[in-house]
Design a protein around this ligand. Sequence first.
Ligand SMILES: [Fe+2]
Ligand SMILES: [Fe+2]
Length: 163
Amino acid sequence: MTPTLPRAPGIDRLSAHHLHALAVAVLIDRYLKVDPTPGRLAEIAGKVAGFAEKELFPHFQVEETALLPALRQALDSDPLIDQLIAHHRNMETLVGRLAGSSAHERASLLRQFGASLRRHIRMEEVELFRQIDGRLDEAGREELGLKVDEARRAMGLTVHRLW
Ligand SMILES: [Fe+2]
Ligand SMILES: [Fe+2]
């Protein structure tokens, strides 16, 4: 997964969010394995909701307002982009269901959310970002990174400490 070309800082900052989101997915898995008590699962569901509101959903918005529209123009990858946006909606739905979930649904919803998050990040990092590296020249990558950073600042998006 090592890029062969330098990435624009704005894209690297999205990758930093992806790493944080992967850490959240690892923590979900760990608690599901070692301490799946109702009290712990309720606590994890609350932390996932906080992570989603403060970081993940704004990250989706940055991608959908700045990154993906630009890539629809620059790449010939509409099916991939459509799929990524569908993942966003699906994860939003899972987080919404988690908020109103009963104790016995919670483990399954957390597992689904963690798995969706991993699959989505892998698709963005491996398929989408690799296409950016391969198809955009340095000026194009730079311009894209600036657009993403502008949207990120407008959303006030940073990496939060949640656990
Ligand atoms: Fe995404
Ligand atoms: Fe992303």
